[in-house]
Design a protein around this ligand. Structure first.
Ligand code: CA
Length: 322
């Protein structure tokens, strides 16, 4: 009997340790103009397949009319059709992407049109309200319009907390792809909505780690390895083919995913001394000072080695050492 009791105890410990490692992620993405958002979403699905993350929801911060359906089609492909998708409602739409329409129309999905997606602020509030305290990692890999709307949201039927208090209570980390460090001007911060960047960075009540343009620019993924490893029936294959026919692409968004899920692996150095000031035009400056709630990532590991890990996760290969 003692033997059985010990076995059950070890199984129980094994299960609890697996669950303890699961990171609850909300992804906020501008999946349209660049293809690194597709790579980032594919990474999350691989990590979800291995119990490393749970994808609570995806906020699509894009005016590309096919962006939410494209996202939904990718989620369906990876057998997670239930993942809710939110968008900013009532905005003029356009189509600029090299791949969203083709992915949306070429793969099974639930969301047929932009209008089928949920309201981003409502979804943000619902996901956070439903989550345990300090349990959510929010990863933003686009511009910050919907995040600012969340922060500015008032108490409602979903939660008695306003947006800032809801974030303070539920979110343990914001991993933000945005800005340049120690200073510069980067697209997520300045295009098309720098005011939302200023508001979000100034009012975020918790810990935030920025991954700047200079970081992902040196990490090239999505090239021949992806072409050779993936099947053409995979939407990730199709997106990278349509984008630049596997010429390789910088990995800004994937870097912020990798940090968020493996902050202790030492791929980058954390610069904690100071804070990020965003100027009205969306450019930014790191102001040196005492360590606070903000930090930015600085190159440490060889970008070629980091690229191998990201490429592996993008095609479905997972190692605990990642
Ligand atoms: Ca992006």
């Amino acid at each position: 009997m003692k033997h059985y009791a010990l076995s059950f105890l070890l199984i129980f410990i094994g299960y609890t340790s697996i669950f303890a490692q699961t990171i609850n992620v909300i992804l906020d993405t501008d999946i349209d103009s660049d293809v690194d958002d597709v790579g980032a979403l594919a990474m999350l699905h691989t990590l979800a397949d291995h119990g490393k993350v749970e994808i609570l929801g995806v906020i699509v911060t894009s005016d590309d009319e096919y962006a939410p359906a494209c996202t939904d089609a990718i989620n369906h492909f990876f057998n997670r059709p239930e993942i809710p998708i939110g968008v900013e409602k009532g905005i003029p739409l356009q189509h600029i992407s090299k791949y969203t329409k083709e992915i949306a129309e070429g793969f099974p999905k639930r969301i047929q049109t932009y209008e089928d997606a949920l309201d981003a602020t409502t979804l943000y509030r619902q996901l956070l309200s439903d989550a345990d305290d300090q349990s959510v990692v929010l990863i933003s890999i686009g511009h910050l319009t919907n995040l600012a709307h969340l922060l500015k949201s008032e108490p409602d039927d979903i939660s008695p907390l306003n947006g800032i208090d809801l974030v303070r209570q539920k979110v343990k980390l914001w991993s933000c792809m945005g800005g340049m460090y120690p200073e510069g001007k980067e697209a997520n911060f300045y295009r098309p909505d720098p005011a939302s960047t200023v508001y979000s960075v100034e009012n975020w009540p918790g810990d935030v780690v920025f991954g700047g343009w200079e970081l992902g620019g040196e990490i090239i993924t999505g090239g021949l390895f992806l072409q050779q490893y993936l099947d053409p029936t995979n939407p990730v294959f199709q997106a990278y083919k349509l984008y630049n026919n596997f010429s390789g692409r910088q990995s800004w968004d994937q870097a912020s995913i990798l940090y968020a899920v493996s902050p202790d692996k030492g791929y980058w150095e954390l610069v904690r001394e100071g804070h990020c000031q965003v100027h009205p035009d969306g450019s930014n400056t790191w102001i040196p000072g005492k360590p606070g709630k903000q930090a930015y990532l600085k190159k440490k590991a060889n970008p070629t080695e980091v690229a191998k890990i990201i490429d592996a996760l993008m095609v479905g290969i997972y190692r605990p050492s990642f």
